[in-house]
Design a protein around this ligand. Structure first.
Ligand SMILES: Nc1ncnc2c1ncn2[C@@H]1O[C@H](COP(=O)(O)OP(=O)(O)OP(=O)(O)O)[C@@H](O)[C@H]1O
Ligand SMILES: [Mg+2]
Length: 231
């Protein structure tokens, strides 16, 4: 349930989105608090990735309000906003070089650095051993890359992780490992997690609540998000 008083990490109120004057969705509401895993589902092309991009102000909604900790996202310094809410895109990209290079890259973008122990700690958060630091990032498996991408984000000490289908390219076993990883991170860091998934099974076992995005969105968003109904 939602907490009284504390503004949520992310809140979207009555958001609508048009591309080229064609409405994609409207009347969309969402609230993400710390310590919860919120699912975002909907058919392909319904705008799930767009919702995540709106959340971190990479795209402006046509109408509606988007708040991070109660403050409009447009009032944040973009880098600060994208440090507070880490978006891990549908296909997490690794840069050339080692896992260490990749972890440090995320920090460098934000003018930060980390000790070797902190890098090892970030890998430990995603159940990867210190030997991964010197592996070539491009040679990792899909599941390992997703976990490195999450570790790279976690080094920035975010308040929320926005994960765009983080397990869609993974087999069942690797999917469960990534889910365990995210759950462990949530327990340790008390972050909020918003996860886009096509997989109903995953939504059922992994999320505490699901917001559905579809062409008849007004009704769904009221049912499942703004009213805070658990599914
Ligand atoms: N910058 C843009 N300009 C024009 N149209 C766009 C833009 N970004 C996204 N769209 C369109 O908006 C629609 C929704 O895209 P989006 O990627 O958000 O869907 P999705 O729900 O994430 O789909 P999938 O499940 O396939 O990943 C698509 O039809 C897409 O072509
Ligand atoms: Mg998408």
């Amino acid at each position: 349930m939602t907490t009284m008083g504390t503004p949520p990490v992310l809140e979207m109120r009555d958001v609508s989105m048009c591309f080229d004057e064609r409405p994609l969705f409207e009347g969309f509401n969402l609230r993400l608090d710390r310590d919860e895993i919120l699912g975002l589902t909907g058919p392909s092309g319904s705008g799930k990735s767009t919702v995540l991009r709106i959340a971190v102000d990479l795209v402006s909604p046509t109408t509606g309000t988007v708040l991070c900790h109660g403050v409009p996202v447009t009032e944040y310094d973009p880098r600060e906003l994208r440090r507070r809410m880490i978006l891990v895109p549908q296909r997490a990209s690794m840069f050339s070089g080692t896992v260490r290079d990749n972890l440090l890259w995320g920090l460098r973008v934000h003018g930060l650095s980390a000790t070797e122990d902190e890098l090892v700690g970030a890998l430990d958060n995603v159940f990867l051993g210190r030997e991964f630091l010197d592996k070539v990032a491009g040679n990792l498996s899909g599941g390992e890359m997703q976990r490195v991408a999450i570790a790279r984000g976690l080094l920035l000490k975010p308040d929320a992780l926005l994960l765009d289908e983080p397990t869609s390219a993974l087999d069942h076993e690797a999917t469960l490992v990534v889910e365990d990883t995210i759950r462990a991170v949530l327990e340790e860091r008390h972050i909020g997690v918003l996860i886009v998934t096509h997989n109903r099974e995953q939504a059922r076992r992994f999320t505490s609540r699901v917001v559905e995005l579809n062409n008849n969105n007004r009704k769904d968003s009221e049912d499942s998000s703004s009213m805070g109904v658990s599914q």
